[in-house]
Design a protein around this ligand. Structure first.
Ligand SMILES: Nc1nc2c(ncn2[C@@H]2O[C@H](COP(=O)(O)OP(=O)(O)OP(=O)(O)O)[C@@H](O)[C@H]2O)c(=O)[nH]1
Ligand SMILES: [Mg+2]
Length: 402
C-alpha cells in the first residue's frame, strides 16, 4: 500500500487543463485548490503547467509536446512528483509514467493520501483503507508496464499475468475483510445513534475549511480540532447543545470537496449516515472564498449522492469578517458590475434571499451574529421538536427576561 507518510514530502509540479468546460480563471482557481491540497499533504508546489485543449488527452492527459516540456523541467530541476488536477485512468498513469519517469499522483490520490494521514479512529482508518484499495485495484497493472503486454505472445502471458492476478487477489481479499470490518462498525454506530434517543439531530455540512468545526466549538463550547488546512476533520463529533429550553444534538463531520472521490463517498458511509439521519442540515459556506458558489454546488451534488438533498437545510454564510469585494470608481463608466463587485448587501438580495430558504450571515471566528444564528436554529429545532413530542414536553421551561 501507499505509505501515507512517504507519499509526498517533496517538490511537485501541478498540471491542469483549460477546456471548454473550465475556462482560464476556473482552471487557476482549481489549481489554487490543488496547491492547497498539496501543501496539506506535506508537499510543495513549485510550478504549474496548464494546457488549453478541447478535452484532456485520453492517453496522456496533456498533449505529447506539453508533456515533453514537463519532462524537461522535471529533469533539470530534480522534481520527484507530478500532480494532475483530475482523476487519471489506469492507462493514462501508465503512459505518463513512461514519459515523466517520476511519481504520478492525481487528485483522487492526493485526497486519499490526506485522508490517510488524518484518519484517527479505527473507523476512519478502515474507511480510508477501503477507498485506497478500491482505487488501487484497477491500477495494479501499471507495475508491469515493462512487460509490454501489447507485443504479447509467448512468455509474456505467463508469470506477469499470474503475479498481477495474485496481487489482485490479495487486494480483493483485503477489500472483503475491510468491508466486513466496516459492517461491524456500521452496526455499532447505528446502535450508538439509537441510544441517543429521540433528541432532534442537526448536522453541519459544507465544503472543507469553511469553518464547521469552529462554529461547532463556539456553539457547543466543545474543543474540536480546527485549522487552516483541508480536511482537518475526518471523524464525526457529536455534542449536546441547549438553546433556551430545547436540547438537541449537533454533529460536526468531514468536509466535502469538488470531485470528491466516489470511493471515499462510498466507504465513508457510516460517517455520512450521521448526515443522512439528521433532522436538519446546517450548510456552512465560506462567503469570503471567491468560489463559494461552486462550493455550494459541489456540496449539493454530494448531498444528492447520499440522498439528503431534500432535507430541511439552513444556509449559514460564515467568515463575513473576511469578505471583500472589488469596487468600481465613481468616474469609471466602463467597468461592468459583476459578482466580484457585489457587497454583502448586494449578495443578500440575490438567490440568498429566496423565500424557499433561510440564510444566516455570521462570523464564527469573531462571534458575529451568533445570537441571530441561535434564534433561527432554535425556531427550526422547535418546529421539529413539537412534531416529535406532541405533548409539548420541553425539558426546560423558557423564561422570558424580566
Ligand atoms: N476569517 C475567518 N476565519 C474563520 C472563520 N471561521 C473559521 N475560520 C478559519 O477557517 C479555517 C478552517 O476552519 P475549520 O473550523 O477547521 O473548518 P472546517 O469546515 O471544520 O474544515 P474541515 O474539517 O477541514 O472540513 C480555520 O483557520 C479557522 O480559524 C470566520 O468566521 N472568519
Ligand atoms: Mg472541521
Amino acid at each position: 500500500m501507499i505509505d501515507p507518510k512517504e507519499a509526498i514530502s517533496e517538490k511537485a509540479v501541478l498540471i491542469g487543463v483549460i477546456t471548454q468546460q473550465q475556462d482560464e480563471t476556473q482552471s487557476d482557481e482549481y489549481l489554487d485548490e490543488l496547491e492547497f491540497l498539496t501543501s496539506t499533504a506535506g508537499g510543495v508546489a513549485v510550478k504549474r503547467f496548464v494546457q488549453k485543449m478541447e478535452k484532456p488527452n485520453p492517453k496522456t492527459f496533456l498533449g505529447v509536446g506539453k508533456l515533453d516540456e514537463v519532462r524537461g523541467y522535471i529533469e533539470s530541476n530534480g522534481i520527484g512528483t507530478a500532480i494532475f488536477d483530475d482523476e487519471l485512468s489506469p492507462a493514462q498513469i501508465r503512459n505518463i509514467e513512461k514519459v515523466l519517469d517520476c511519481k504520478i499522483l492525481d487528485r483522487t490520490n492526493l485526497i486519499l493520501d490526506i485522508f490517510a494521514q488524518r484518519a484517527q479512529s479505527s473507523s476512519a482508518r478502515t474507511q480510508v483503507e477501503l477507498a485506497q484499495c478500491q482505487y488501487l485495484l484497477p491500477r495494479l497493472t501499471r507495475l508491469w508496464t515493462h512487460l509490454d503486454k501489447q507485443k504479447g505472445g509467448i512468455g509474456m502471458r505467463g508469470p506477469g499475468e499470474t503475479e498481477i492476478e495474485t496481487d489482485r487477489r490479495i487486494i480483493r481479499d483485503k477489500i472483503d475483510v475491510l468491508k466486513k470490518k466496516l459492517l461491524t462498525i456500521d452496526k455499532q454506530m447505528a446502535v450508538q445513534r439509537k441510544n441517543r434517543g429521540k433528541m432532534v439531530r442537526i448536522a453541519l455540512v459544507g465544503y472543507t475549511n469553511v469553518g464547521k468545526s469552529t462554529l461547532m466549538n463556539v456553539i457547543s463550547k466543545s474543543d474540536v480540532f480546527a485549522e487552516n488546512k483541508l480536511f482537518a476533520t475526518l471523524d464525526t463529533t457529536v455534542r449536546k447543545v441547549v438553546i433556551k429550553n430545547i436540547p438537541f444534538l449537533m454533529t460536526d463531520t468531514v468536509g466535502f470537496i469538488r470531485k470528491l472521490p466516489t470511493q471515499l463517498v462510498e466507504s465513508f458511509k457510516s460517517t455520512l449516515d450521521e448526515v443522512r439521519e439528521a433532522d436538519l442540515l446546517l450548510h456552512v459556506i465560506d462567503i469570503s472564498h471567491p468560489n463559494f458558489e461552486d462550493h455550494i454546488a459541489s456540496v449539493n451534488s454530494v448531498l444528492q449522492d447520499i440522498k439528503c438533498a431534500d432535507k430541511p437545510t439552513l444556509m449559514v454564510f460564515n467568515k463575513i469578517d473576511a469578505f471583500v469585494h472589488e469596487t468600481i470608481k465613481e468616474d469609471d463608466l466602463v467597468t461592468e458590475k459583476t459578482k466580484e463587485h457585489y457587497t454583502l448587501q448586494d449578495w443578500k438580495k440575490t438567490w440568498m434571499n429566496d423565500k424557499e430558504q433561510t440564510s444566516i450571515f455570521i462570523s464564527a471566528l469573531n462571534k458575529e451574529n451568533l445570537e441571530d444564528f441561535k434564534e433561527v436554529v432554535y425556531e427550526a429545532v422547535k418546529t421539529i421538536h413539537i412534531q416529535r413530542f406532541p405533548y409539548n414536553d420541553f425539558l426546560y421551561n423558557e423564561y422570558e427576561g424580566e
